[in-house]
Ligand binder design. Sequence first.
Ligand SMILES: Nc1nc2c(ncn2[C@@H]2O[C@H](COP(=O)(O)OP(=O)(O)OP(=O)(O)O)[C@@H](O)[C@H]2O)c(=O)[nH]1
Ligand SMILES: [Mg+2]
Length: 240
Amino acid sequence: MDKIQKSTKTARGTVTCDNTTMHLLKANDFVAASIREKMTEKNILLINITSSAGSGKTTLLQETARRIGGKVNMKVLVGDLETERDADRIRETGVDALQIVTGGICHLEAQMVWQAMENLNLEGVELLIIENVGNLVCPASFDLGEDYRVTLIATTEGDDKPKKYPRMFLTSEMMLVSKVDLLEHLPFSVEAVVADARDVNPNIKVLEVSSTKNMGIDAWCEWLLEKVKEKQNTKKEVTA
Ligand SMILES: Nc1nc2c(ncn2[C@@H]2O[C@H](COP(=O)(O)OP(=O)(O)OP(=O)(O)O)[C@@H](O)[C@H]2O)c(=O)[nH]1
Ligand SMILES: [Mg+2]
């Protein structure tokens, strides 16, 4: 596997289809639909993990890989502006990871994921997790073809974020309140953050986790395994 996947500038804005140059977000949605189709064909559950910078995405994925890496065939794609550090951290757990270096772009776009997938052997893979660039704003607008978008909100960030950055919470199926081991030291109300998130998105599922103190990780992994199973069953129903 190539170590660093550089996204080209042409991947950013437009896609040419039948000689028509499409608008950026329409182009993104076009590629996202192709990713979704490919994932369904290959029977792979695709998860897009988003959050502010430093909320604990990679640490959670390291714990996840250690817990379920032996039970389910999983791979990880990681987006960052620079460096391969997060992919290296995932690989230390024994799970294959590919870094997408955006070179300054503050989010992943579907075309970057599509290009990266060409360098990932997806044979037999059941679960592909994308760690998006740490940012609560731009990644909210870019569908990556995922089955589920999962957003972390760390106790260290303050409990006012769902109302200030509503699009991210509106477009997420799951909110993970992370770093709950620090709750006793911080002016952060889980009740308030859940109430605000549900005000924005009444259907959002919530779990509380600490990756460093092993809290809520079982429930998170169970949810993931259940969704992997559901995806496999959907495929069987389609082919039956
Ligand atoms: N106390 C505590 N610290 C945590 C927890 N999870 C992560 N951290 C720490 O938070 C810092 C950032 O964690 P990362 O996992 O790198 O966060 P990230 O969201 O991947 O960061 P970016 O990729 O830069 O956006 C590190 O110092 C972690 O050790 C947790 O559950 N509790
Ligand atoms: Mg990270």
